[in-house]
Write a protein that binds this ligand. Structure first.
Ligand code: SF4
Ligand code: SF4
Length: 581
């Protein structure tokens, strides 16, 4: 296959992880195709840079488990090492955030206890014990002289997770850690890919990035009779068995479920701007990703950083507490604490409206029945008070619905992802407006917010709702629609009480509005871009923080300041939800 613009190198090696087989409607096909070919590189080359903090949530945990499982350390010694660490853990990689180290110690204990329990049960059931495997299993085909229809001469399938085998080689186990609870299932294609590598792969030394694999197929002299896959929750130590199969079943699962997904991933044409752009080798040559230089006039940080994405929810979390942004948004730590009542209510209203606005043919909500609180409760699982509030807000929406009277040929996009690239900052901007629609050639961006309080009149709309400011800038830069003078950004502010909801409109064609939007986003984004330490900043938001279990200042704050009686939390924008959503 021909390399996409902005990519150089060889495409004859296809390297696939089970994750590649996972269905993902938001993934960009060109990104996936090039990511599966490890000998392709970005052209021009991207200089190596390191983030100021460790950004892989499981990184320190895997280092800790290596010490325990391969180097003979005790759990207590590893915990002591974690406690004493300031900076990189065991001298590897970037410095680890203190709360991330605390999470690692917590997860290590949960993991070890869970595996000890499972092994006792396995032995009880007559299975042999399994011991840690140092070199990960890989399943590789022999390199051919001529490329196949996909341009490939060799395939290499990899695994991620902790690997164990019985001393006689009959049983192989894979343990997949999850950040919160254990997952009760994974997509069939992903499990089929895992099963094949476990059943037919061989321990393989790690290679340097860009190095070629041996030309021979993997050694199949010592293959197992049984492969098992477990998911383990690092927050609560829960364990789920996801797979128990013999080699024949593993092969069948690979053929039926995984192979079609891999073929699609390796060959599908097309582009889909979004989160994929952050890691994409083809970004320099991609004309579908909209460039928006000087979107808010930000300064590049003093130290070069790997490319990042930024959303309004990132900006909001960072301004509240930089540590929360790092721990929850970047690392996805999740202590399984319940979501705020206000956020759950907002999410229920959003989901209800999405379902109605997605119906085709398009229909305004004015003529719909007012939903009963019991119906909202049944669908969203809210408490009585929240369900009553949500039903009142949905009733209010009927008059403000933007689809009332809209012509059938207008465009209505629900949860439409708007992506833009700010080249001088190397930042991919991601936004998911609640609704985007056209009206007589005009593009309109609608944000809907639910609240128990009236609109705060003393603050400007763009300050109170930075997603409106970002909408203004994206319109102004041409990331959506053609002409900012013919577009609007709207805020629908829904309250429970009849007649108290509001519709506010902002005009991205006015210079003073654009200037204010720039000031709002710059004020939020620059501290985030410059941050290298992600210090905790305590406050009311600690009550809803999903990383609080591992954050000492936040835990102390919550002990000293009990939860306010009526939390009023903004709902994360759709498509931008925190992990427990
Ligand atoms: S830059 Fe984005 S849209 Fe373009 S190919 Fe890469 S991932 Fe796809
Ligand atoms: S608990 Fe509070 S201080 Fe700690 S990370 Fe969370 S929000 Fe920040």
């Amino acid at each position: 296959m021909q390399n996409p613009p902005g990519v150089a190198g060889h495409d004859w090696l296809i390297r696939a992880s089970p994750r590649t087989a996972r269905p993902d409607d938001a993934a960009c096909p060109t990104h996936r195709r090039t990511a599966m070919r490890p000998l392709l590189v970005a052209d021009p080359a991207v200089p190596y840079s390191r983030p100021p903090r460790e950004e892989f949530g499981f990184g320190p945990l895997f280092t800790a488990l290596d010490l325990l499982e391969h180097d003979g350390w005790s759990v207590e010694r590893v915990r002591e090492e974690l406690r004493a660490t300031r900076g990189p853990f065991r001298g590897w990689g970037a410095p680890v955030h203190p709360a991330h180290l605390a999470w690692t110690a917590h997860a290590l204990e949960r993991y070890v206890a869970a595996r000890t329990r499972e092994q006792a049960a396995a032995v009880e059931a007559g299975l042999p014990e399994t011991k840690p495997v140092k070199q990960p299993w890989t399943w590789r085909t022999a390199r051919t002289d001529a490329p196949d229809a996909r341009g490939a001469r060799q395939y290499e399938h990899t695994l991620w997770g902790r690997m164990y085998a019985s001393s006689d080689g009959r049983v192989r186990d894979l343990w997949l850690p999850s950040l919160g609870r254990a997952k009760t299932g994974r997509p069939d294609a992903e499990l089929g890919a895992v099963a094949q590598v476990m059943a037919f792969g061989a321990p393989t030394p790690r290679r340097k990035q860009g190095a070629q694999p041996p030309p021979t197929e993997t050694d199949s002299a010592c293959l197992p009779e049984l492969v098992r896959v477990f998911d383990v929750g690092c927050a609560d130590g829960s364990v789920e068995e996801l797979l128990s199969a013999d080699p024949a079943e593993a092969r069948q699962r690979f053929r039926d479920d995984a192979a079609p997904a891999f073929i699609t991933a390796a060959t599908e044409p097309g582009v889909r701007p979004g989160e994929s752009c952050v890691d994409c080798k083809a970004i320099a040559g991609c004309t579908d990703l909209k460039r928006t230089p000087r979107l808010w006039g930000g300064r590049p940080p003093a130290l070069a950083r790997p490319r990042r994405s930024v959303s309004v929810w990132d900006l909001r979390l960072h301004v509240e507490c930089p540590a929360q942004y790092h721990l929850v948004r970047r690392l996805h730590l999740n202590d399984l604490s319940a979501e705020d009542r206000g956020a759950r209510r907002g999410r229920a209203v959003d989901a209800w409206l999405d379902a109605e606005h997605t119906e085709r043919p398009v229909r305004g909500c004015r003529d719909r029945e007012i939903p009963w609180p019991t119906a909202v409760q049944a669908r969203a699982g809210l408490d009585d008070t929240s369900a009553r509030e949500a039903a009142g807000m949905l009733a209010e929406h009927r008059l403000l619905c933007p689809l009332n009277g809209l012509d059938a040929d207008e465009q209505v996009l629900v949860q439409h992802r708007v992506t833009a690239y700010v080249p001088e900052l190397d930042i991919v901007v991601l936004a998911v407006p609640d609704l985007v629609y056209t009206h007589r050639g005009r593009w309109i961006w609608r944000e809907t917010k639910t609240s128990t309080r009236p609109l705060w009149e003393r603050d400007s709309l763009l300050h109170a709702y930075p997603q409106l400011a970002l909408g203004v800038l994206l319109f102004h830069a041409g990331a959506l629609g053609d002409d900012p003078r013919r577009s609007w950004v709207e805020l629908e502010h829904l309250r429970e009480v009849r007649g108290e909801s509001r519709l506010e409109r902002v005009d991205p064609g006015r210079a003073e509005i654009v200037d204010e939007a720039r000031a709002v986003i710059a004020g939020l984004a620059q501290p985030l871009l410059d941050d290298t330490t992600y210090e905790p900043r305590t406050g009311r938001h600690c009550h809803g923080c999903q990383a609080r279990t591992w954050c000492r200042p936040g835990t102390a704050y919550v002990t000293d300041h009990p939860r306010p009686s009526s939390p009023e939390t903004q709902t994360p924008p759709r498509g931008d939800a925190p992990p427990h959503a």
